[in-house]
Design a protein around this ligand. Structure first.
Ligand SMILES: Nc1ncnc2c1ncn2[C@@H]1O[C@H](COP(=O)(O)OP(=O)(O)OP(=O)(O)O)[C@@H](O)[C@H]1O
Ligand SMILES: [Mg+2]
Ligand SMILES: [Mg+2]
Length: 504
């Protein structure tokens, strides 16, 4: 049967009327160890191509791998934080495939003896409810090299004239975290996918095992998706969408794939088991390679490495190093700040909790920190189409703005302009204020008094009213003075001066 890859998409609601969406997430995290998984090469991101390589990670004959203990330690901590059982004895496995990104022609991975199995991660959905995602396993493996297909008309692999290879990434320690299939989420399946990756990223960040940068590839997510006719008992054929590089993209990719598959099925076609690539630009997926099955990889235990056999004592010791986990921390913070469930939920939804916490830790009051992140900065993130945490301003910088307001140097209005300059990459708020003296609040009473006198002279009838005791009339004069000083005055001080000038 010839399947049309992308017929007209079905509305997501129409998909749900007939099909149950099923998900499965594979997340690869690059561990932040100093050296690679099986050799002492450095792992730093962004070095000149092929400068961080040695015979082991280049797979030269005669070289032998040695396990990086720090990587095993991180993998165990990840497993524990995900409520998994840690295997007392497990081996690495060779995953055989022929592709130039892996010069050995196999990747050292784990197969049927992963370091961690059977856990779960509770994630919070937009409406505040909790969804439990079951974890099938977390296993260790080495990253592959990077290939860059260049030249030719399209720059894509088939159109490219040649490929460039960078093996700096080959052998970087990875942990792959694989969920069991997730079903029953219905309309919320795309949201569950995003919420899961968000929660996992927060968790990994708190464990300090990886810098979890989706944009730099240190956290990579593959979204498996399939449809099951409602009432069916067997899973449908899945596709595996790669290249989903932001939290938003996870949700967009899953929804798109569900709508595409439904359209394929409705047109009488078949979903093909394959990898697909997410296109950030238009939110669609396009076919990648037909998926090998496990047999194609001819897995077998890696003969060059000792089994991994963490003692119960070591595992318990590592359990003791787990930090306060993000959701426990959130509950504690909520109690500390004395905010309602609704306020906390808004913060969680805006992905602002950790940013607010960090801003408070940098010296701002919880109220001020919260208000900056959920109002002005949230608007800025929205206009730019990025996550709050992706805005080019740090919690410490926000705390600095708050301090400048508290000290009377900035008022709320000009503070926003200072933030705009910070977002434009002009440096810390202190620096911005030093570079833009016009943004600092006028504290010089003589200058303000002159502006007040001028405004009163221009509005004799209002001045008369104020002199007669109608303090409320001062508002118009304060407004004029604020205008005259281009917003650079403290309105409360101006009001005092107006009343003083009118003999109050
Ligand atoms: N029918 C299905 N629909 C949606 N998800 C599925 C389905 N069957 C399996 N999955 C999910 O797909 C993922 C498969 O990941 P796994 O790492 O086990 O294998 P793989 O993708 O074949 O291997 P590789 O690591 O080489 O990509 C799991 O999260 C699993 O729950
Ligand atoms: Mg996998
Ligand atoms: Mg996979």
């Amino acid at each position: 049967m010839t399947a049309v890859d992308t017929p007209d998409l079905l509305d997501y609601d129409d998909v749900l009327a007939k099909y149950e969406p099923v998900l499965g997430m594979e997340v690869h995290v690059e561990l932040g160890t100093d050296t690679k998984m099986f050799c002492p090469c450095p792992t730093e991101f962004g070095a000149e191509p092929n400068t961080q390589v040695c015979p082991v990670c280049l797979g030269l004959p005669g070289s032998l791998p040695v396990v990086n203990e720090a990587a095993v330690e991180s993998a165990i901590r990840i497993g524990l934080a995900l409520n998994c059982s840690i295997t007392p004895w497990g081996r690495f496995a060779r995953k055989n495939y022929f592709y130039p990104d892996q010069p050995k022609n196999y990747q050292i991975s784990q197969y049927d003896e992963p370091i961690a199995t059977d856990g779960y991660l509770d994630v919070i959905l937009d409406d505040g409810t909790t969804w439990r995602v079951e974890i099938e396993r977390a296993h260790m493996e080495e990253d592959t090299g990077k290939s860059l297909h260049v030249g030719g008309a399209t720059g894509r692999i088939h159109g490219a004239s040649h490929s460039l290879l960078d093996y700096n990434r080959a052998g970087v320690p990875l942990v792959e975290i694989v969920t069991k299939t997730i079903s029953g989420a219905g309309a919320r399946a795309p949201e569950v996918a995003r919420a899961y990756v968000t929660a996992l990223r927060d968790l990994l960040k708190s464990l300090n095992v990886s810098d979890v940068r989706m944009d730099q590839g240190s956290m990579r997510c593959d979204a498996n998706a399939s449809l099951m006719p409602i009432g069916a008992t067997e899973l449908g054929t899945r596709t595996e969408t790669k290249n989903v590089n932001s939290l938003k993209s996870v949700e967009v990719a899953v929804r798109y794939e569900m709508r595409r598959q439904a359209a394929v099925l409705e047109a009488g076609g078949e979903v093909i088991q394959e990898t697909r690539h997410f296109q950030e630009a238009d939110g669609t997926t396009s076919p990648g390679r037909r998926k090998e099955t496990a047999e194609d990889y001819r897995y077998f235990p890696e003969p060059d490495l000792e089994p991994v056999a963490p003692s119960a004592e070591w595992v318990e010791e590592l359990r003791g190093t787990l930090p306060e986990l993000p959701w426990v921390r959130r509950a504690r913070i909520q109690a500390d700040w004395g905010v309602s469930d609704e306020v906390m939920r808004d913060l969680v939804n805006a992905n602002a909790v950790d940013l607010v916490i960090a801003t408070v830790e940098a010296g701002a009051s919880p109220e001020a920190a919260r208000s900056w992140w959920v109002s002005y900065l949230a608007q800025q993130a929205n206009t730019r189409g990025v996550e709050l945490g992706e805005l080019p301003i740090t919690p410490a910088q926000v705390a600095q703005v708050v301090a400048l307001i508290d000290s009377g140097k900035l008022n709320n209005k000009v503070a926003r302009q200072v933030v705009d300059h910070v977002l434009a990459g002009e440096g810390d708020p202190e620096q911005v204020v030093a570079d833009h003296p016009e943004l600092v609040v006028e504290r010089d009473d003589t200058k303000l008094k002159a502006a007040v006198d001028e405004a009163l002279a221009a509005n004799p009838d209002i001045a008369e009213k104020i002199r007669g005791g109608k303090v409320a009339a001062a508002g118009k004069i304060v407004g004029d003075v604020m205008k005259a000083t281009r917003g650079q005055a403290d309105p409360a001080r101006v009001k005092e001066l107006v009343i003083e000038a009118c003999g109050g």
